[in-house]
Design a protein around this ligand. Sequence first.
Ligand SMILES: [Zn+2]
Length: 699
Amino acid sequence: MNNPARYLVTAALPYANGPVHIGHLAGCYLPADIYVRFLRARKKDVKFIGGSDEHGVPITIRALKEGISPQQVVDRYHAIIKESMEQMGISFDIYSRTSNTTHHETAAAFFKKLYDAGCFEERETEQYFDEQTHTFLADRYITGTCPVCANPTAYGDQCEKCGTSLSPEQLINPRSALSDAVPVKKKTKHWYFPLQQYEPWLKEWLLEGHKEWKNNVYGQCKSWLDSGLHPRAMTRDSNWGIKVPLPDAEGKVLYVWFDAPIGYISATKELTPQWADYWCKEDTQLVHFIGKDNIVFHCIIFPAMLKAHGGFVLPDNVPANEFLNIEGDKVSTSRNWAVWVHEYLKDFPGCEDVLRYVLCANAPENKDNDFTWRDFQDRNNSELVSIFGNFVNRTWVLMHKLCGGKVPKLHEELMDEKDRELVEKIQHSKFKIQNLLEEYKFRDALYEVIDLSRSGNKYMQEKEPWIVAKQLAENPEAQKSIDNCLHLCLQLTANLAILINPFLPGTARKMLQMMKVVDKMLDWENAGKLKLLSVGYSLREPQLLFRKVEDTEITAQIEKLNKGLIKPVMQENTPAPQPAEETTAPAAPVKPAIQFDDFAKIDLKVGTITAAEKVEKADKLLKLQIDLGFEIRTVVSGIALHYAPENIIGKQVVVVSNLAPRKMRGIESNGMILMAEDASGKLHFVSPESVINNGSGVS
Ligand SMILES: [Zn+2]
């Protein structure tokens, strides 16, 4: 959008069943904050909205396990999260929470409006039910094996290992997350939002209208839309959440992903009576900052809800980041493989900006990225301390030593090529950084700021004012050259304060103090200017902007991380997934031993099911076409009671390819596919962990 009248910036609502870790910061809070600070410095009308997401299953599970109420769980973590955000300088205009009244009213009214407009389909379906705890098992109430990657602790809504979005029915060997019981099916009624009706509109609005979105975001949306949307239940059986505002909905609440994004609207309402300007006027630019696991909710489901409701603006951009790994391994709250923000703040007091710097310089903007403590130390010591901090410190020390602690005069008539180069670089950097920030390229923008300070060091090194000073006795005129150098270095320092401010606000503030100037100097319009500090103005003594991070501090952190797997506060962070052993069905007795030669006679090959149909008058049989790479085989398989033909097209399977042909119901079957049978008698495909070439051998 060109020149929006106002900006509304949201950052994903963190889930209030645990503290925030640095992956959360790098994923959305830090980029959102940088963007907002940049807009504020440009005097834009902007509201920055955040808050805790306090509904949903993990919170009720944790409350149950700890023997406290869900409200107590969210009160505890809302407070911890809010404090961490404030200390890290994430400058929300409001940090609200979804358990408050305004939000309950707003979300219920939103649902009711859609209901009254006939936007929902009411459906009675059979769902998994835990007979021990009398609970319907949706989302994270149910765990089982992921059908895609075989992770044994996938949830009913998503596999956290491979990221696939799941439904409880897709889980293999499902168990209740509450009691570990094998669930039964029971009827229940819910309200479904027919997403497929919005598919043509979404394709036009998103795929045609927002080609400028980041590749990782656009690509994920396209693959969702290409594979077709389906009705999605927007209610759940639970007592914790926003009650479904209908008379016949006892024990039903809104699905957490229906209510959470509405939380942005509720929080804006709490913030300002002018909230509707931000949400309803077409000249608002709405930007959602999120992590990649929330893309579908913010780019497809929420926009479709807003469209169905009518009257709201749609997101102009959703610059989602990928994941930040820690020391080469995925963040895992259940294993406590994470760097927790509230712990960092305790271990590195006064170093908030260092973490902001490292997380931005290494942000997972286009692909997953890795945080390591060594890199943290390196970036601090060799970039912040040695380049940026060093330039500012040298300038200040030399200005006090060679110019009497005052801003020296600039003798324009004596300016040489190097001086002019520096001036040009200062002016040019502003626009470069501004363009990058406008395109949500925060890493590159930060690099430019550091690069500008690097130019300062280089300039100082070439000018060598400390050497020139030695000639002063014979040549008093040399003072002019010293003055020019330090005058320009001081103006560059003032520029650096403005340019670094969105990224490292605490550092910018320290620099203001050294310069004895007011906050207003940090206005973006001042960047690129060369008369920010007046000649003759006396400046304070330098203070160190950054300190060196020692090896011992880094070893301590790495040790802490490795030992951390048993830290109590973390252990309870998410319901610990059941260990694989416990979810495995009792094994059948082992058959008598065979020799390897016997086994080697069996030719197992990987193939892909390309067609499937029911065999007439045979309840159990499906006739399958399987692509083995070198040929297409017909295989008749007894899996019709377990799989619908339309659901298995494209599935990779393992085929006994040299089994003698056999006729079944008049069809010749040329091979057999391998199936695993669980304790309940359900059959499951045996598949390669990831898609590989058809015809690959199995041994
Ligand atoms: Zn998976």
